[in-house]
Design a protein around this ligand. Structure first.
Ligand code: NDP
Length: 419
């Protein structure tokens, strides 16, 4: 019995909402609140005859704390699931504190305007101190630790697939397979094909910023930064096949370095085809990935937002995407004095996801864990006051829920390793 407010109604939200509606015993009531209320109403219309979950909708500007607080105070949810954009993380956390509501998200804070001088000064200090230049990091949200603790509220950060499931895989490996984990390689493979020359699988602005940035990995207590796409490896992914993958900076490296004791190296790789990389480089070279506003015919436009308007909506890729994703982690370490290696991964089929919830596998692999993380919070399986990353809790109930709710996983005790 619970009441969940879901903020955002895009690709990931749609899957999370479908999954909450399949899980009506836990999610008896949900509110879908987003900027474009017609999208929320359309989804409600589609789902309400198929579920016992009572669905309401609302329009909200998640950049506006007062508006959020008023909506939370009127709906009185047990928790808020933020599946809007990382830009809204802090305003939604502020509103949760004011309204006395638990908070859940899938991506760490990133500013919309990276030219903002106040943010920029803090960012540049962090680049020097920490040694990585990504625009996103956990410092902003971890800074809410005392506020959530004092309020007796819980904030659960990063319950998507990566971060999220990969972080829970790490906690599970540590609990059941290792005395100490020494290395973690997170491998994110999308073997899907949507047939467009160029499209991104989730929000283009967030996605293109992430993959065009410098890479970095954690080694022996510090960050090592690389040029974008500098480190390339090939890997033969179970059920997908041989793919090129590239080292990227990714947010769970930061939290796993803090929460997995004794870990010596953490890397993140994502697969990209040559055509995707060539398109992206070209768009970058002509300035289309810029987040700085320019004046065009008397109107201010942000190039990457204009590009987003031109590209296919990720939510529309579902019917045409075929193939599978394979996302997981390879762990090395020691157990009972012996060295060992295991690979925990999930394989997800784009068309199967589409048949079930009308979305492709990238939204599915994020939306399902968003529902599961919300369930852990609202049914009290995971409890605590403060700000937490998912790997800080008992992984077993989450791992069971992954099998039950559509993301079954495999443990391979003799995997191919990454050089
Ligand atoms: P979409 O762009 O498809 O959806 C974002 C939604 O948020 C849209 O409905 C949008 O409204 C709404 N929104 C944006 N700004 C506001 C605002 N100011 N007020 C209210 N609503 C707003 O994104 P995705 O579904 O692809 O991604 C959602 C989140 O999931 C992102 O934070 C992304 O980083 C994260 N993610 C996490 C992954 C993981 O594995 N951890 C993987 C993939 C994504 P409108 O409809 O009006 O545009």
């Amino acid at each position: 019995m619970s009441r969940l407010m879901i903020i955002g109604c895009g690709g990931v939200a749609s899957v999370a909402i479908h999954k909450c509606c399949q899980n009506s015993d836990v999610f008896t009531e949900i509110m879908i609140a987003s900027r474009t209320v017609s999208k929320c109403d359309a989804l409600k219309e589609k789902l309400q005859g198929t579920t016992k979950t009572k669905i309401t909708t609302a329009k909200v500007d998640a950049d506006n704390v007062d508006e959020l607080v008023a909506l939370m105070e009127s709906y009185k949810p047990d928790a808020v699931l933020n599946v809007a954009l990382p830009y809204q993380d802090l305003t939604i956390m502020d509103a949760c504190l004011k309204a006395g509501v638990n908070y859940i998200d899938t991506a760490n804070y990133e500013p919309e305007d990276t030219d903002d001088p106040t943010w920029r000064a803090i960012y540049e200090k962090r680049c020097k101190e920490e040694g990585f230049t990504a625009y996103f990091d956990y410092s902003w949200q971890w800074a809410y630790q005392e506020k959530f603790k004092e309020a007796g509220l819980m904030a659960l950060l990063g319950t998507g697939f990566d971060p999220g499931v990969t972080s829970v895989f790490s906690a599970y490996a540590l609990k059941h397979y290792f005395d100490e984990i020494h290395t973690i390689d997170i491998l994110d493979c999308n073997g899907g094909d949507h047939g467009y020359p160029f499209a991104t699988n989730f929000n283009p602005e967030i996605n293109l910023r992430e993959v065009s940035a410098n890479g970095s990995y954690w080694e022996n207590g510090h960050w090592v930064e690389t040029k974008p796409m500098e480190i390339k490896r090939e890997y033969n992914f179970p059920q997908v096949g041989e793919k090129d993958m590239y080292l990227l900076h990714h947010e769970e490296i930061e939290s796993l370095a803090k929460n997995i004791p004794g870990v010596k190296r953490i890397r993140f790789f994502m697969t990209f085809g040559q055509s995707y990389l060539t398109h992206m480089k070209c768009l970058e070279n002509v300035g289309m990935l810029s987040t700085s506003p320019i004046n065009f015919n008397g109107q201010e436009i942000v190039p990457i937002q204009f590009l987003k308007a031109l590209l296919p909506d990720p939510a529309s890729l579902g019917p045409r995407t075929v193939g599978k994703t394979n996302i997981g982690c390879i762990f090395t370490g020691v157990k009972d004095g012996k060295e060992k290696t295991i690979y925990i991964y999930n394989v997800c089929d784009h068309q199967e996801c589409y048949k079930e919830v009308g979305s492709q596998a990238i939204s599915y692999t994020t939306g399902v864990p968003a529902m599961i993380g919300s369930m852990m919070v609202v049914d009290g399986t995971w409890k605590g006051a403060g700000v937490f990353n998912v790997e800080e809790f008992d992984p077993d109930p989450y791992m069971e829920a992954l099998n039950k709710w559509g993301l079954p996983w495999v443990v391979d005790e003799n995997p191919q390793i990454v050089e």
